[in-house]
Design a protein around this ligand. Structure first.
Ligand SMILES: NC(=O)c1ccc[n+]([C@@H]2O[C@H](COP(=O)([O-])OP(=O)(O)OC[C@H]3O[C@@H](n4cnc5c(N)ncnc54)[C@H](O)[C@@H]3O)[C@@H](O)[C@H]2O)c1
Length: 323
């Protein structure tokens, strides 16, 4: 039986991955320091190890205790605004912690790695949609801390039989269809849960950042991807590594730009409620559009996102109501 180490498996996307791996009969070991994650999101069938990737001893212990086949690395600090205020925290918790993980993998001779990268590694778009070959010039420390990991992976693969696939997610959204896991972030920086929380509690102020972008309705456009389309891509990546596809990077997104107001309208349709909002100032460095060219993932991994905006918001709403 294959044993997969899922770092950050108590977090939003990592926990969905753990549920899916368990359903597919993998043995799963979760390493999470619970700094942002929640123990209750990890299914009982997974082995849970409370540990911090910043601590090399924690990393080594996992590989001593379990015979790991492959690592799916979700653990990270992932708040853009926080990364601007505390850059060293991001270089330490994302980049340096990943050095520990990779060192422990090398020592234990574990060679397969799937990395949760991000569209934040691109920076300002030069073309829309953005292919994987788009220049990478991130506009914040979060994006840079992740881009450095991509560089490390590339360098390590050159000098060893280490092989990796990096998946650059655009905006992850939605909840798991089991109802057992979904988004619980404190603070919550993502638009969809914030809209849905405002529906439940109209006293919460909903602010859309910027109404004067160069887009049809003036609000900025992002590309979204349901977390179960992300977990599916991880299975395909694991299979691809098994058949020798390696050291590749893939975008994960629907391949279409969705404006903030379009999200809001869909949330009104799904919840059946009118949603009040204010247009606030733009956030510094927010590009008007980020859209994935997902054709490479389609072609090489055989990945097609199956869940569109309505299903994303419906699943997120069901999750929100269950909290
Ligand atoms: N959510 C998105 O829209 C999005 C988009 C692109 C990329 N990503 C990437 O996907 C991954 C998962 O994102 P998420 O939204 O599930 O985040 P999350 O914050 O919900 O999950 C991250 C998990 O990692 C754990 N963690 C953090 N630092 C750790 C450390 N030093 N040691 C051990 N565990 C640690 C946290 O406790 C948490 O459970 C991240 O790498 C993120 O950069 C997310």
């Amino acid at each position: 039986m294959k044993t997969i180490l899922v770092t950050g498996g108590a977090g939003y996307i990592g926990s969905a991955m753990v549920h899916e791996l368990i359903a597919e009969k993998y043995r799963v070991v979760v390493l999470d320091d619970l700094s942002m994650g929640h123990r209750r999101l990890v299914p009982k069938q997974a082995e849970f190890f409370k540990g911090d990737l910043k601590n090399i001893t924690d990393c080594r212990q996992i590989f001593k205790k379990y015979k790991i086949t492959a690592v799916m690395h979700f653990a990270a600090s992932a708040l853009v605004g926080e990364s601007v205020a505390k850059p060293l925290l991001y270089y330490q918790n994302n980049t340096a912690a990943c050095v520990n993980l990779l060192n422990a993998m090398q020592e234990a001779r574990v060679h397969q790695f799937i990395f949760s990268s991000t569209c934040a590694t691109y920076g300002e778009p030069k073309t829309i949609p953005m292919p994987e070959s788009h220049p990478q010039d991130p506009t914040n420390p979060y994006g840079r801390s992740k881009l450095m990991i991509e560089w490390m992976l590339r360098d390590l693969a050159k000098i060893s039989n280490f092989s990796y696939i990096a998946l650059r997610y655009f905006n992850a959204a939605g909840a798991h269809s089991s109802g057992l896991t979904g988004e619980i972030h404190e603070p919550e920086a993502h638009l969809i849960p914030n809209i849905l929380k405002a529906v439940r509690n109209p006293k919460r102020k909903l602010v859309i950042f910027g109404g004067d972008f160069d887009t049809p309705d003036g609000t900025c456009m992002r590309d979204y991807v349901h977390i179960q389309d992300i977990t599916h891509a991880h299975f395909l990546a694991l299979k691809a590594l098994g058949r020798g596809v390696k050291n590749e990077v893939f975008n994960l997104g629907l391949g279409r730009g969705i404006s903030n107001l379009e999200i809001l309208k869909m949330a009104e349709k799904v919840t059946g409620k009118k949603i009040g909002y204010k247009i606030g100032a733009r956030r510094p460095g927010d590009p008007s559009r980020l859209v994935a060219d997902n054709s490479k993932a389609k072609k090489i991994l055989g990945w097609t996102p199956k869940r569109g905006l309505e299903e994303i918001i419906r699943s997120a709403w069901e999750w929100e109501l269950s909290l």
